[in-house]
Design a protein. Sequence first.
Length: 91
Amino acid sequence: MAVNIGYYSQRVWDMDGKNRADIKPGAHVRIVQKRDQRSGNLTEGIVLNILTNSPTHPHGVKVRLINGVVGRVKEILPDGLDPVRFSIAKV
């Protein structure tokens, strides 16, 4: 059952890492690395760049974190870095 709780609240609720538009460089996320897919172990970090080209992906958008780790986004956390105040160098 869906409850109308407003656009903003609903968008935050729906941000599960499957939509490319919801993920920006500087976002604070939890990803699953390829080696951790069976265990479900999540790695937390800041997005450096987005590797998935399609607008959506059923298993999560693939990203590279600022520490070089690559994986699929499982959770988008609310306290990402403000891209206006935090510039990320192109790799």
